[in-house]
Design a protein around this ligand. Sequence first.
Ligand SMILES: [Fe+2]
Ligand SMILES: [Fe+2]
Length: 409
Amino acid sequence: MADERQPQTGAPAPRVLFVDDEPLVLRSVRRLLALRQPGWDVAFAESGTEALELVARGPAVDAVVSDMNMPGMSGAALLARIQAEHPATIRIVLSGQSDPVQVFRAVPSAHQFIRKPFEAGALEATIAGALAVRARLPTDALRALVGGAGILPAPPSTYLRLTHALSRDETSLAELVPLVESDVALTARLLQIGASPVLGLPRGSVDLLGIVLHLGVDALRALVLGFGLAQAFPVARPPRGLSLGEFEAHSLCVGGLARTLLRGDPAADDALLAGVLHDSGRLLLAAVAPARFAEIDELVARESLPPPSAELRVLGVTHAGLAAALFALWGIPIGIVEAVETHHGTPDQMRSKVARAVHVANRLAHDPDVPVDAENAAGIHPAALDGIAAAALARARATARDALGTAAA
Ligand SMILES: [Fe+2]
Ligand SMILES: [Fe+2]
């Protein structure tokens, strides 16, 4: 499909569509971008209906930036339509609301959020950053892997219902708990998770409400998405080299440790989500291409290759890139997508402390005593600790030892 091309060097200028019912806002954006990004092909619409017509008429739009509150079709409804019909299009919401958590709750299909009134630099950087991430992600490889027909796994249904419930302001915790409990398999897992030391829950908190009260709603959403992935990627018979139990324990461990590394920081729940999701590409591969999963596993064993190198050789992409591409299509915020994408990368590729926390947590989950050493590829590079306090690292090491059952006497 023309709208799912990936911009590359020499590719056509990115086409960006702005939607706002205030002509003044559109005029100022037009002036600003003509000055700062003359290479972009920028289109404007004053309503959701007009925007959909423009998108349908073509040429394909790479990013839609929409106001939240508009008469007729709201920004949330417009971006949800764009997500359903053109999943690879970047979706950005403009909002006067200042708390991104509230905005992503109200507009769950948005990848990014720009605060209104906006500064020229922030507007341009947010759009350019999102376009760059999309251009990098192996969306075509993901499509090829899942059958090429464009049928991609949908997000887990309980996650969608939870996200929908959270998009209404008046939803209370008391309403969320039965919603999650209606998914029996997921609830059983969440209760097991409640007993894991990596989340630091008080011993004995055995009911879902207790877990939710302790962790908070955003952490609950992270766990529901992470542990609902088994529904999105049902693995009929796990290929050799994959134990679903170990996979889940590792995912939870990395999420919990990433959250510990940023404890007290507003980004801690993002770190939990990105950590829980970081290796989902392996689950996706096992579900849709078990023979290739086994081939990669053999190559890793035979040549002692790091798994991402073996994946590149067999598939041309890594599990990190595949999962990032899928999560971007689902509308998971770009910061989380980037953290998943770069968890095996070098510190200069990790552009946020969430990404660095996930990378460091993954190292600790494999070896709680891994050294901090710039020379050792298997160690933690000191640059990866930017934004992570020494005390938090020590706490995460202790938690990792506890979780792995290797606590020294
Ligand atoms: Fe990984
Ligand atoms: Fe991992």
